[in-house]
Structure formats: C-alpha cells, structure tokens
Write a protein that binds this ligand. Structure first.
Ligand code: RP5
Length: 164
C-alpha cells in the first residue's frame, strides 16, 4: 500500500476496509518522522504471505509490528507467532459486535506469545503508533524528545481549554 525505503515499523491490516481507521496510525508515525510501511495482509485470506512477511520483518530492519484486524481477529496473534519483534494489536470496530469480538480475539492471547493490545478503532490506531514510537525512542534520544514535546503540547491544549 504505502512504504518508506527503510521502514522501522510495519503497519499491517487484515483488509483495505481497515485503512480508514489505520491511516491514523500511519499519520501519527509520519508526524514523528518514523519510517514505516503499510500493508494489507490477512491471517486467513493470505496466511502464507502473512507468515513470510512477518518472518522476514526483523531481517529487513523493522523493529515494531502493528497489526489491525476485525471480527475473529487473529492477525496480531498470528504475526506474533512468526517473530520476536514486539507486536501491537489494534482491534477494528466491527459491524455486528462493535469491535468487542476484535478486542477479545486480539487481547486474549494464551501465555507465551504476547500481543500488546490497544483500544478499539481510531484511539487504538493512534496509540499503537505512539507506543511504537516509545519503543523506538528507547534507543533514540531525538525521538524521546519529540515524544516529550508531544505530551507537553497535549497538556498545554487541555490547560488552555475554556468553557462557555
Ligand atoms: C478482517 O475482517 C479485517 O481485518 C476486517 O476488519 C474485517 C472485514 O474485512 P472485509 O470483509 O471488509 O474485507 O479480516
């Protein structure tokens, strides 16, 4: 879908229909100038390609995998099975159960193969990107400074709010 030359973060989603939500992850990574690539890969529709992509990710320099899916959402768990990289799961809001199905199937990993699960929908997409930035910032002081500035901006915005 979209890509940078040397991506540090892979943003995966089970369907193009997830993009309207997951573009917020991409936009957040862009805001922090974090090189990333976005791909549609499905745990059940393209299982082999998904496994191959994730297994090769670390070797390509990717350090964080974000995986979004809806319904019986096994993309993040399936991805985590093929890599030692941190995998952050974003449950998509679904038509029938409003994302509760996605949330439980992403979050309820049995012990041993973790998926760090964020909240349903846009907040989860934004926070997955911010958590990805925080992971990368552990070894990148410049990114850490950008995160600090971002938090300060948020605080200043809240403190400047006026009510009618
Ligand atoms: C999941 O099924 C996708 O992640 C998406 O959230 C959901 C519906 O996919 P489409 O039927 O819209 O392609 O695999």
């Amino acid at each position: 879908m979209s890509s940078a030359a040397n991506p540090l973060v892979a943003v995966l989603m089970g369907s193009k229909s997830d993009w309207d939500t997951m573009r917020h992850a991409a936009e957040t990574l862009h805001r922090f100038d974090v090189a990333h690539e976005c791909r549609v890969l499905s745990a059940h529709r393209t299982p082999r390609e998904t496994a191959d992509y994730v297994a090769a990710a670390a070797g390509r320099g990717i350090e964080v995998v974000i995986a979004a899916a809806g319904g019986a959402a096994h993309l993040a768990g399936g991805a985590a099975a093929h890599t030692l990289l941190p995998v952050l799961g974003v449950p998509m809001e679904s038509a029938s159960l409003k994302g509760l199905d996605s949330l439980l199937s992403t979050a309820q990993m049995p012990a041993g193969v973790p998926v760090g699960t964020l909240s349903i929908g846009k907040p989860g997409a934004v926070n997955a990107a911010l958590l990805g930035v925080a992971i990368l910032a552990l070894s990148r002081p410049l990114l850490s400074e950008k995160l600090r500035a971002f938090r300060q901006e948020q605080a200043a915005k809240v403190l400047s709010e006026t009510l009618p």
